[in-house]
Design a binder for this molecule. Sequence first.
Ligand SMILES: Nc1ncnc2c1ncn2[C@@H]1O[C@H](COP(=O)(O)OP(=O)(O)OP(=O)(O)O)[C@@H](O)[C@H]1O
Ligand SMILES: [Mg+2]
Length: 200
Amino acid sequence: MIHSTKPIDDATPLDDISGLKLPSDKVYSLKEIYVAEANNIAQATIKYLSAPPSKKVAPFSYEWLSELHKEMFGNVWDWGGKFRQVELSIGIKAYQVPIALKELADDIEFWDKHKTFDVYETATRIHHKAVQIHPFQNGNGRWSRMLANIYLRQNGSMPVKWQEDMLSKENPHRDEYIQALKAADNGDYSNLVQMHRNTF
Ligand SMILES: Nc1ncnc2c1ncn2[C@@H]1O[C@H](COP(=O)(O)OP(=O)(O)OP(=O)(O)O)[C@@H](O)[C@H]1O
Ligand SMILES: [Mg+2]
């Protein structure tokens, strides 16, 4: 049985299973769906994080930003890689998503080229901006953390082990993480940068 809405603070409740692409000959529990998502995401992890990805493999271009989300969620959900059409409590207005994501791609290119920030702060800013835009119906947190990790890996640092049960309220780092994102909303990146330095 699908338990309708799972109320999780600061996370998208999983109350809409209409885009589920798993075989329809059975009913899936939330846990089974999370496992399917994790298996899908594992493919992206292997592709991008097992060795430093080249700029050809991970170009951080506008097109690739949503392609990555599709690679992470597209086996399980038909909204993988597709911009949301609805307003959420987190994120900018849906109609502004494409332009904001283009700006992010341009920012990344600029930061990377001019070494505006060190590797950790660049990864942090990518992560924060991506999740602030919240381009997709769901999976924005996991996608934005993956983006930051790919940037770290591409630039000689190891990816952060985020413990992808960030969703769960029981994760002791969850509050710390959300507080660091909120501080970054106000221009204070220090705690979020610390998390990207693998001291978390
Ligand atoms: N106040 C906030 N400001 C900015 N971002 C937030 C805030 N609260 C939550 N977030 C981000 O939104 C994410 C939840 O969005 P979404 O449900 O689309 O992602 P997810 O990958 O499914 O979830 P999770 O990141 O919890 O695994 C959180 O992980 C966090 O990264
Ligand atoms: Mg979610």
